[in-house]
Design a protein around this ligand. Structure first.
Ligand code: CTP
Ligand code: MG
Length: 257
């Protein structure tokens, strides 16, 4: 039989996953005290932002990093990236940020190319997140969860209070409730999303929020938690700088990082 088989019909190929990380880094860092914008402060000589960018680029699944720079700091951030090159496989973009974290993230999302299917949002202020945590979040999204957050159980008991009035800070605050600690999680970043879903959340939700997953929750979409990591803590107050430098020193001693 020399008859040629009819050409197989074109099978639609599954769209490839392409993952980008958006890094909001436009905050001032008021709680850290006076000085340069928080993301540009150094940890063991290297800007926090560079540590955070490397933490994303260390994942082989991340092909693009979008840095949302302080509004007047985009040139400085581009110069820093020239001094501290990323792995060859990782592209980067720098865009200026906005007045709130939410606005900064939105500006980062708007800069994403069309072929990005999965997006991570990662605080520049969490410079030491291990690559295994990044990969676990990406994997959970690729396995079908539209919104994934890394989180840890709480060490402290949490009380809901009636906050002291702004003109009397430090005055005793009545306790309203004590949520059961075992049901609570402290949420970290990177948070991972189906790109179209997160874009829709940012286009729809106008209320102030402190993380991206809560915007997706407001759309009625199920968010899931995967295990976070102690080293993904947020550098917020001066003592956190001491802890971050200690973690880096321990890494250097252990594996020459
Ligand atoms: N962020 C941002 N744009 C803003 C405010 C915050 O991109 N207008 C970023 C910060 O740079 C940080 C992340 O959001 O990486 C988490 O915010 P947070 O830890 O609160 O940082 P800051 O807002 O800089 O700190 P503070 O609230 O103490 O001023
Ligand atoms: Mg803030």
């Amino acid at each position: 039989m020399s008859e040629e088989l009819p050409a197989a019909p074109e099978r639609p190929r599954a769209a490839p996953h392409r993952t980008a990380a958006v890094i909001p880094a436009a905050g001032r860092g008021v709680r850290l005290g006076p000085g340069a914008p928080k993301a540009l402060r150094t940890l063991n000589g290297t800007p926090m932002l560079i540590h955070a960018i490397r933490a994303m680029a260390n994942s082989r699944a991340v092909s693009l990093v979008v840095v949302v720079a302080p509004p007047d700091g985009a040139v400085e951030v581009k110069n820093l990236l020239a001094e501290h090159p990323l792995p060859e496989r990782t592209d980067f973009l720098v865009v200026p940020g906005g007045d709130s974290r939410q606005e900064s993230v939105r500006l980062g999302l708007e800069a994403l190319p069309a072929d990005i299917t999965t997006v991570l949002v990662h605080d520049a202020a969490r410079p030491l997140v291990p690559v295994d945590t990044v990969d676990a979040v990406i994997q959970a999204v690729r396995d079908g969860a539209p919104a994934v957050v890394p989180a840890l159980p709480l060490a402290d008991t949490v009380k809901q209070v009636e906050p002291a009035p702004a003109d009397a800070p430090g005055s005793p605050e009545p306790v309203v409730a004590t949520p059961q600690r075992a049901l609570l999680r402290a949420v970290q970043t990177p948070q991972g999303f189906d790109r179209a879903l997160l874009a829709r959340a940012h286009a729809t939700v106008t209320q102030d929020v402190t993380d991206d997953a809560s915007m997706v929750e407001q759309l009625g979409v199920q968010v899931v938690v995967v295990p976070g990591h102690e080293e993904a803590f947020k550098v917020t107050r001066p003592l956190d700088l001491v802890l971050a430098e200690a973690v880096l020193a321990r890494r250097r001693a252990n594996d020459g990082y």
